[in-house]
Design a protein around this ligand. Structure first.
Ligand code: NAD
Length: 324
């Protein structure tokens, strides 16, 4: 009989902070580049019930000794029931025996691992003297993104734009809490002021045009994680040095899918961020380069933060145990 550790959402929020998520995500991106960790093909299906999208993201990190799957998806009717629309749970297995070792709530962890991903890109690719952070998007993920990004450079100001402007106050509150000046601007003005831009929307057409982006800008495009979604002008990817979490996802479901299908860039033009972390790629070439990180969201990120949650829960005597 095996014992399963159960780590709920509240415990995850209590024990996995931004620093732990950053370290776990950076380490797994590096392991992916070394060929020591791999993601398995993603399954994502429309259920034909409750308008839900349901799927699995799975992988194995040999370096970190982590095997598992995140299962969940998107239930648009949940808000009316007082629940989050995105729902997920991580199942961790013992890589030596295949036995289920932990069940970990995945909702909060999805937000911190996604924010950690753009933060890792900023840490490795943004100019050192970046002072203005541009936020495109003001939904659930956006405040996690803002908090994690703010720690990567000595930012002084946040400029923000969202297709639904009534959502912007949520970012203004966090900026104020972080001691950063806040200004709601047009997307053109955002491009003119920002040194670093994060996009985290559900857009299906470009919100930022290439001509609005200044030389030297770093962009983290985080919203596009499905075929058909799009946040920035394809011409921007042809102009930028493009990085990603995983090239296979970048060209198929990430921001680069459009530039690739239009023949503007090829998969060979896209560098895994792990190569920069490991020192195999120099990252930003010059101060004038535009760097663009296509953060598609890989299962190994989920497993990395979930395994941190499980480890810390054991160390601190938190969580429940059940026999299987
Ligand atoms: P949310 O529903 O809370 O917010 C949606 C955001 O997109 C808001 O800013 C909203 O104004 C904007 N938006 C909605 N419909 C739009 C449209 N048709 N055109 C342009 N903008 C639109 O969602 P969230 O939880 O903040 O997630 C934002 C996006 O990030 C989603 O697309 C989600 O799938 C994606 N996401 C990506 C990852 C990753 O790892 N890359 C992880 C989690 C979420």
């Amino acid at each position: 009989m095996s014992e399963v550790l159960i780590v709920g959402e509240e415990i995850c929020q209590q024990i996995v902070g931004r620093a732990e998520a950053f370290a776990a995500v950076e380490a797994v991106f590096a392991a992916m580049d070394r060929g020591e960790a791999r993601n398995f093909p993603v399954v994502r299906e429309a259920l034909g019930h409750a308008r839900a999208l349901y799927g699995f993201k799975s992988g194995f990190d040999q370096a970190g000794h982590v095997l598992g799957v995140k299962s969940g998806g998107y239930w648009p009717g949940n808000m009316d029931r007082g629940l989050t629309n995105h729902q997920s749970t991580v199942f961790l297995f013992d890589p030596d025996t295949g036995q289920l070792s932990a069940l970990v709530g995945g909702n909060y962890l999805t937000a911190v691992r996604t924010a950690a991903s753009s933060a890792v890109s900023i840490a490795h690719l943004a100019r050192r003297d970046a002072r203005v952070l541009g936020m495109v998007g003001a939904g659930h993920q956006s405040t996690f993104q803002l908090r994690a990004a703010a720690e990567q450079r000595a930012f002084e100001k946040v400029v923000a734009w969202n297709p639904h402007p009534e959502m912007l106050p949520r970012l203004a509150v966090v900026a104020e809490e972080l001691g950063l000046e806040f200004e709601a601007v047009s997307p053109q003005e955002l491009g003119a002021q920002a040194d670093v831009i994060i996009s985290i929307t559900s857009a299906f057409e470009p919100l930022l045009m290439s001509g609005w982006i200044r030389p030297g800008t770093h962009l983290a495009c985080m919203g596009t994680d499905t075929r058909g979604k799009m946040e920035v002008d394809s011409a921007l990817l042809a102009r930028a040095t493009v990085f990603t979490d995983e090239v296979a996802q970048s060209v198929s479901i990430g921001e680069a899918q459009h530039a690739v299908s239009q023949g503007l860039i090829g998969a060979e033009d896209i560098t895994p961020i792990g190569a920069v972390i490991n020192g195999g790629h120099p990252g930003r070439g010059s101060e004038a380069d535009i760097t663009l990180f296509d953060g598609t969201g890989v299962g190994l990120q989920d497993l990395a933060v979930a395994s941190v949650a499980a480890k810390l829960a054991v160390e601190r005597g938190l969580g429940a145990r059940a026999s299987l």
